[in-house]
Design a protein around this ligand. Structure first.
Ligand SMILES: Cc1cc2nc3c(=O)[nH]c(=O)nc-3n(C[C@H](O)[C@H](O)[C@H](O)COP(=O)(O)OP(=O)(O)OC[C@H]3O[C@@H](n4cnc5c(N)ncnc54)[C@H](O)[C@@H]3O)c2cc1C
Length: 445
C-alpha cells in the first residue's frame, strides 16, 4: 500500500466518479481554487452521459424550475435547494458557454417535445468531452482506471479514500473532502455498478432499497412478440393494480419480444415495479385512440361501412392500425381480414372497438438493471444536508447524482438533478466563497 497524488495545497478534494455529476462537482470545486482529483474506475469519463437521449443528450427540461419537483418520484423536497441553486436555465447557459473542441464553435440547444432540451447538431459524446475539458481547464486532475474501494474516516471526519488500480495495487489518497458521484446501478457496463451505495453504507448511511427504474416491462402471452417493433405514438395507457385503476398516462409505446417499452412505459415502470414487488396483480390497458370516445368510433365505423360496403375488413383496419398490427388484430378478434364489411356483425364491430380502446396486457415482470435507465433508491436523503449535499453522518463527505435516492421521469430531469447536485456539492465542499469559474457564452460568436 502506498500514497499517491498528495496535493500540496491546503484544500484537497477527491471526487469519486467522472460521470455527469462528478465532472460538474469537480470542475466547480477546482474553479474555487481547490486541488481536485477526479477518480474514475473505467478508462473513459462520462460514458453514460454520452449515451443519454439515444446518444443525443437530453440535458434538461424547459418546465419552470418551480414545477420540477412534480417530475421526481423521491426526494423532490430534498432537491429543491440544489435545483434552485443551479437551475435548468443555468444548465443551458453553462453548456452553451462550453467550447466544442478544436473550433471556436459553441453548443446551442433547442426544445423538443415535452420540454426536452437537446443540443442542435451535436450529441452526448461531444457534450461529455466538452464537460471533461472544462473540468480539466478548471484545474481538475482526472485519474482513470482507479476504483475507490473504501472511505477513510476518523472520528466521523473524512480523511480520504482507498482505491485499487488496474494492476490491483492498493492506493491511499488523502482528502479534506470526498464527493461520492458514483451513479446508480443501471447500465453497469458504463461503470455505474452501485459502488457508492456500499461506500456510503460502510460509514453508516442508510440505503433506500434499490430498484430498476425507467425500465421496460414484461407481459404474459405472445401478443407483444407478434407485434414486436410496432410503435404507437400518443396512446393512453391505464395502469390497473389489483383490478383498481391506479393511473393513466399518454405517450409513445413500442412492443418488444418480451413486452412493452417506450417513454410512456418507462415513466409508468416506476409504479409497476413497486406494485410487482408487493406481489400485486398488475395489468395495463392501451387506448390507441384517446381522443375518440366509443360512440365516436362507432359512428366512424358506420359511416365508413355505409360508403365502402364492398370493401374488406382489412381496408377498415388500415384506417386505424399500422400495417404490422392488422394481421395480428384479425387473429386476436378471430375475424378474417377478407370478410366483406357489409357482412360484419355488430358484435364483431364491438370486439374491434374494445380492442382499439382497451388492449389489455397482464404484466409479468420487468427487465433488469442492465436495461434500466436509472436506479430508484439509494443513499437516504434524510441523512444528507440539502443545502450543501454534505453527509449528516461523516463531516467532509458529500454526495451528488444518482448515488442519492433520486429518480425522475424521462425528459432531462435526471441529468438536471445530477448537474444541480454536482454543482452544489462542488461549491459547498470547498467552503470558500471565491468567484466561480463558469464558462460564459461569448456574444461575439
Ligand atoms: C441509456 C440511458 C439514457 C439516458 N438518457 C437520459 C436523458 O436523455 N436525460 C436524462 O436526464 N437522463 C438520462 N439518463 C439518466 C442519466 O444518464 C443519469 O441519471 C446520470 O448519468 C447520472 O449521473 P451520475 O453522475 O450520478 O452517474 P454516472 O453518469 O453513472 O457516473 C458515475 C461514474 O462513477 C464511476 N464509478 C462508479 N464507481 C466507482 C468507483 N468505485 N471508483 C471510481 N469511479 C467509479 C463510473 O464508472 C461512472 O463513470 C439516461 C440513462 C441511460 C442509461
Amino acid at each position: 500500500m502506498y500514497n499517491i497524488y498528495m496535493s500540496k495545497t491546503s484544500l484537497n478534494i477527491i471526487v469519486i466518479g467522472a460521470g455527469a455529476s462528478g465532472l460538474m462537482a469537480a470542475g466547480i470545486a477546482a474553479g474555487q481554487g481547490a486541488a481536485v482529483r477526479l477518480i474514475e474506475k473505467t478508462p473513459v469519463y462520462g460514458r453514460k452521459l454520452s449515451m443519454t437521449g439515444n446518444g443525443r443528450c437530453n440535458i434538461t427540461n424547459t418546465t419552470p424550475i418551480s414545477e420540477f419537483s412534480r417530475h421526481y418520484h423521491s426526494s423532490s423536497r430534498f432537491l429543491r435547494h440544489a435545483l434552485h441553486s443551479f437551475t435548468n436555465l443555468d444548465c443551458i447557459n453553462f453548456f452553451e458557454g462550453l467550447g466544442r473542441g478544436t473550433t471556436p464553435e459553441r453548443f446551442s440547444f433547442h426544445e423538443e417535445d415535452n420540454g426536452r432540451v437537446l443540443p442542435v447538431n451535436s450529441n452526448g459524446h461531444e457534450i461529455s468531452v466538452a464537460l471533461a475539458k472544462w473540468a480539466v481547464s478548471c484545474g481538475v486532475k482526472i485519474i482513470p482506471n482507479i476504483s475507490v474501494t473504501k472511505l477513510l474516516v476518523d472520528n466521523n471526519m473524512i480523511k480520504g479514500v482507498e482505491a485499487v488500480d488496474s494492476d490491483k495495487n492498493v492506493l491511499q489518497m488523502q482528502g479534506d473532502s470526498v464527493i461520492i458521484a458514483t451513479g446508480g446501478k443501471s447500465y453497469p457496463k458504463t461503470g455505474s455498478t452501485g459502488d457508492g451505495y456500499e461506500l456510503a453504507k460502510s460509514v453508516g448511511h442508510s440505503i433506500i432499497p434499490l430498484r430498476p427504474a425507467l425500465v421496460p416491462i414484461e407481459t404474459q402471452g405472445d401478443l407483444t412478440k407478434r407485434l414486436q417493433g410496432v410503435s404507437l405514438p400518443q396512446v393512453m395507457v391505464t395502469l390497473w393494480i389489483n383490478n383498481l385503476k391506479s393511473m393513466t398516462k399518454i405517450g409513445d409505446l413500442i412492443f418488444t419480444h418480451y413486452g412493452v417499452s417506450g417513454p410512456l412505459i418507462l415513466n409508468l415502470s416506476r409504479f409497476i415495479v413497486d406494485a410487482l414487488r408487493t406481489q400485486s396483480d398488475v395489468t395495463i390497458s392501451i387506448d390507441l385512440f384517446p381522443n375518440l370516445d366509443h360512440p365516436q368510433i362507432q359512428r366512424e365505423f358506420s359511416s365508413y361501412i355505409t360508403i365502402h360496403k364492398k370493401q374488406l375488413f382489412n381496408n377498415l383496419l388500415i384506417n386505424y392500425l399500422p400495417k404490422k398490427m392488422i394481421q395480428v388484430c384479425c387473429e386476436e378478434l378471430n375475424i378474417s381480414g377478407d370478410k366483406m364489411l357489409n357482412q360484419l356483425s355488430a358484435k364483431e364491430l364491438k370486439r374491434l372497438r374494445l380492442w382499439l380502446k382497451s388492449l389489455t396486457l397482464k404484466v409479468s415482470g420487468y427487465r433488469t438493471f442492465d436495461e434500466a435507465m436509472i436506479t430508484a433508491g439509494g443513499v437516504d436523503t434524510d441523512e444528507v444536508d440539502p443545502k450543501t449535499m454534505q453527509s449528516k453522518i461523516v463531516k467532509g463527505l458529500y454526495f451528488a447524482g444518482e448515488a442519492l435516492d433520486i429518480d425522475a421521469e424521462t425528459g432531462g430531469f435526471n441529468l438536471q438533478a445530477a448537474f444541480s447536485t454536482g454543482w452544489l456539492a462542488g461549491k459547498s465542499c470547498t467552503l470558500r466563497s471565491l468567484p466561480l469559474k463558469i464558462p460564459q457564452r461569448d456574444s461575439s460568436l
